[in-house]
Design a protein around this ligand. Structure first.
Ligand code: Q9C
Ligand code: ZN
Length: 335
């Protein structure tokens, strides 16, 4: 399997996240990728496809904000990581405000996703990592490829960051595949958390099917997306499938939901499958609440591989660093 990793992703290391009313050590650490790099190598470095494919998913004003935010934070006299503290949710108007704190609110939806001096560079190379891994699937020289991306991407929307995500790596690759001539692309999101950014990006797009299996947002982050009645709108009506599952879900009901998602994807007949893969469904993940065991990951992967579609696997979450190697290696072994 073609596997891609770029070292420039490692420099992003946010210190703290707001969690349940207090600042705690950030869970999305460089060590996650360092350990996978050792375990999964050899890994090809990313090629640079430039800003064009990013701008096919994210707005120009959001990309400018993300690139410049930390410098503007320092220019405002602040130290450390840039993070917002007020959000224009109530009767918001599209105001072009200059103050960095207003912009942080405008372009984010949580306080768990700080911007460091290295965030733009790391997120840029995460997106390029996904685009690089896509190439051999487009030219038919590989049937499966793995993009070791960090920071992750599936919570980031066209004009917002959140959930440890800044640029939506999976969505950028899916859109690039469409632009590269693949008529229908499916995204299967098997991270513990709902992929709200990916859902929003393709909400009205009938050419990209989005299916997600995740902790029920009635009790789980990100709460405001991922409910079973969300199905897309306009030309995208019916091209979104949400399968929320309760806390404590084990392999048997998980696999039943997976079969339902795979049947819907198969009926859509995609020319490419993008898998947003989070290992935070593991039973001892520190921030998640499913009960999948290490030996379940090859089983999941074999069912996905049985679709027989060219498949790009994009790394999302997974925070039990000690078990990440076995869980990710087991998943990739199923392909
Ligand atoms: N400190 C991914 O797995 N937790 N993101 C809510 C904020 C946010 C997880 C509390 C979890 C985001 C890619
Ligand atoms: Zn997650």
């Amino acid at each position: 399997m073609f596997k891609v990793f770029d070292e420039r992703q490692l420099a992003h290391a946010p210190a703290l996240e707001m969690h349940n009313g207090g600042w705690t050590a950030h869970n999305e650490t460089p060590s996650r990728a360092e350990l996978l790099r050792e375990r999964l190598g050899p890994l090809a470095p990313a090629r640079d496809f430039g800003r064009g494919p990013l701008a096919r998913v994210h707005t120009a004003e959001y990309l400018d904000f993300l690139e410049q935010a930390h410098a503007r934070w320092l220019a405002a006299g602040r130290e450390g990581d840039a993070v917002g503290y007020t959000w224009p949710v109530v009767r918001r108007r599209p105001l072009a405000l200059d103050r960095i704190d207003a912009q942080l609110g405008r372009f984010s939806y949580d306080a768990g996703t700080p911007i460091t001096a290295q965030t733009w560079e790391a997120a840029y190379w995460a997106a390029q990592t996904a685009l690089t891994a896509l190439q051999p699937l487009l030219d038919g020289s590989e049937r499966a490829a793995f993009a070791l991306c960090r920071p992750p991407g599936h919570h980031a929307g066209a004009d917002y960051l959140g959930g440890y995500c800044y640029l939506n790596n999976a969505a950028i690759a899916a859109r690039a595949a469409r632009d590269g001539g693949i008529a229908r692309v499916a995204v299967l999101d098997v991270d513990y958390h709902h992929g709200n950014g990916t859902q929003d990006i393709f909400w009205e797009d009938g050419s990209v099917f989005f299916a997600s299996i995740h902790g029920d947002p009635r009790t789980e982050y990100p709460f405001y997306w991922g409910h079973a009645d969300e199905r897309g709108e306009g030309p995208g009506q019916g091209a979104t499938l949400n399968l929320p599952l309760p806390r404590g879900t084990t392999a048997a009901p998980y696999l039943a939901a997976l079969d339902q998602a795979l049947a819907a994807i198969d009926a859509f007949d995609p020319g490419l499958l993008v898998v947003s893969f989070g290992a935070d469904t593991w039973e001892q993940d520190p921030i998640s609440h499913f009960k999948l065991a290490t030996e379940d990951y090859p089983v999941l992967a074999r069912r996905i591989a049985a679709l027989g579609r060219p498949t790009l696997i994009v790394m999302e979450g997974g925070y039990a660093v000690g078990a990440l190697g076995d869980n990710v290696a087991g998943f990739l072994a199923g392909f």
